[in-house]
Design a protein. Structure first.
Length: 276
């Protein structure tokens, strides 16, 4: 067994993490003007070049808007973010998990549902055999007691294979783009339903697709996801996912709808952890 060298985060990464944390806490709000790069450098005891490159990272992720000769402002990441924003959202735990999780489930539902509609029309016996082989792999993992992390990998394989077999070249790319950030979601799903139930669900989906009932399969997976989110929703923080939606328009709302905050402390901290 070989161990890899542990690498500490850079000051630039710590700076970026701190600003994102303050945004998520609500301490920094959309439209707020940040202190100048010189002031941030002095407060946080890091170089101005480190501050500048960190701000560029934040701008690329949709958290900051840099305006020449005017200053740097907190951007509405829910409107201007991208998949890097989504990765940053997933990095922070606590209360934001449910909002991220719900939007990820919604996006998966939209992508998988569309893929199932196509696969129901285009699927071949060989395609169905490939899906059954994946479910057999999950069954073998369950029999071996490999644990939820292993079961989740088989779930991911099943979902991404449906996207690939649909014949649509964009669906697999979308699924792959969501894979890293939604890895924990697959594990939570299998923990919620249990591996045996997941196997039953997959076999039922395969039967529907084999019979050319792609629409039924899409509605079935949508109901499964709604049930999962209903069970995890807080009474006062229900998201759009708890309201049945018509059609598949919700995919475009993935980032736009993940706007939330978590309350925490105040003040910029320098590289030594001191507050200002």
């Amino acid at each position: 067994m070989g161990f890899r060298q542990i690498q500490a985060p850079t000051l630039r990464e710590l700076f970026v993490d701190q600003v994102i944390g303050m945004i998520f806490s609500g301490e920094l709000k959309v439209g707020d003007r940040l202190p100048s790069e010189r002031e941030l450098s002095e407060q946080m005891h890091i170089s101005r070049s480190m501050v500048h490159t960190g701000l560029e990272d934040l701008e690329r992720m949709g958290f900051v808007r840099m305006e020449a000769r005017r200053g740097n402002y907190i951007e509405d990441y829910a409107r201007h973010g991208n998949f890097e924003t989504l990765m940053a959202l997933a990095k922070y735990g606590g209360e934001i998990d449910h909002a991220i999780e719900s939007s990820l489930v919604e996006a998966r539902d939209a992508i998988e549902g569309g893929a199932m509609l196509l696969l129901g029309e285009r699927g071949t016996p060989e395609d169905m055999q490939q899906l059954r082989a994946i479910t057999d792999g999950l069954r073998a993992a369950v029999d071996a007691g490999e644990g939820n992390a292993a079961y989740a990998r088989w779930m991911r394989c099943f979902d991404t294979t449906i996207a690939e077999l649909s014949g649509n070249r964009i669906f697999p790319l979308l699924m792959n783009s969501l894979a890293d950030v939604s890895g924990v979601l697959w594990e939570r799903c299998v923990g919620f339903w249990g591996a045996e139930t997941v196997i039953e669900q997959e076999l039922r989906i395969i039967d529907m697709l084999s019979a050319g009932r792609g629409r039924d399969a899409a509605l079935y997976i949508e109901n499964i996801y709604h049930h999962y989110c209903d069970a995890h929703a807080d009474a006062g923080r229900r998201t759009i996912l708890q309201t049945p939606a018509s059609g598949r328009k919700r995919a475009s709302q993935l980032v736009r709808r993940t706007c939330f905050c978590v309350m925490s402390g105040s003040g910029f901290r320098d590289s030594r952890g001191c507050c200002h």
